[in-house]
Design a protein. Structure first.
Length: 94
């Protein structure tokens, strides 16, 4: 599958379609799990002591990889300023 990416000096970005709209997500090979900015949703459960949600839609180039469990985190200001909505971790990439 070919997926368009955006390369910046600090990250590789993908556009992912979800039930929350089109999200800009970095690829984070150092992250075990996929995570979203917590301000995107207030609906969540708890897993391993952290809030998470299950995305029913996780669409890349027309292919839906959902459902996808996604942790909800407060990202640092640098990430928020770059308009990044989340990080795709190894739980998805493997």
């Amino acid at each position: 599958m070919k997926v368009p990416i955006e390369i910046t000096p600090k990250s590789i970005l993908l556009n992912v379609e979800t039930e929350y709209g089109k999200l800009r997500m970095i690829i984070d090979t150092g992250a075990t799990y996929t995570a979203l900015r917590s301000s995107l949703t207030s609906a969540h459960m708890t897993k391993h002591g952290y809030p998470y949600t299950t995305l029913s839609d996780f669409i890349l180039e027309g292919t839906n990889f959902g459902p996808t469990d996604t942790y909800l985190l407060d990202f640092p200001e640098e990430i928020n300023a770059a308009r990044i909505d989340g990080a795709i971790g190894m739980s998805f990439l493997r």
